[in-house]
Design a protein around this ligand. Sequence first.
Ligand code: GLU
Length: 285
Amino acid sequence: MRKQGWIVAALVVAFSLILAAGTPCLAENIYDRVAKTGVVNVGLMYNSIPAAYFNEKNEWVGFDVDIAEEVIKRIGGYMGKTLKVERVKVNNKTRISFLTSGRIDMSTANMTHKRERDRTIDFSITYFFDGEKILAKKGMYKKHEDFLGKKIASMQGTTSEKNAINLLKKLGDPNAEQNVISFQDEPSCFLALKQGKVQGWATDSTILIGYAAKEPGKYELVGDFFSDEPYGMGVPEDQSDWRDAINFALQDMWQDGTYMNIYNKWYGPDTPYYFPMTEKIETWP
Ligand code: GLU
């Protein structure tokens, strides 16, 4: 009898070990953790004018900053508590890896929702609608074709880089890959354009409008949009409670007019970054 007891115990231990080894480690539920700790780590850019940048008073401001703060305030409202936003600096290269590593809970970083990116992270509904254009010195170029054989700057790890190469290829440039020069960040692209190292800078139109406004009258956008850039807030994979909360907050902000108030503060006709809103945020009844 005693011997049988030992055998049963040994079998139970062995089965438990096998089960434990075969069960994937369950990721923490971000919504539950935020409800418990009251803290949210939000990834924000710091060189994207006017989405998220440091102004002349060295304050970290912008459309993405305000939208993210409002989303978190609303989620706190759903939870019945005040949440604290921890702002984390991200750039084109870290905004996805910080989500997959758990460093941030959400990234509001002028990031286009691409199917390719959806392989590693999830996205909220689209909260901003942009497209790619080319910025050049004023009066030099009239249309995309004028950039044939010219050099175009773009930021590493962005959709802009690939779109610019595709545009040049479509126009018939045999050296499209070499003629799109990738820089670390937005200020480096702007500087290269300023110094004449490149003749154009290609990225989302609002970023270009933002930098051009630093030196009014000297730069202009050339040609029409050549890509769609729908922005989503990046969230870690498989966090549906958290993603739902973000989506509900965005929709509530749209429905009660808060979204457009923030939009007009940054992109309205009385700003240096005028960019008319032509779309609607998706809402679910
Ligand atoms: N929105 C584009 C992207 O997600 C280009 C601008 C940027 O990367 O900040 O790649």
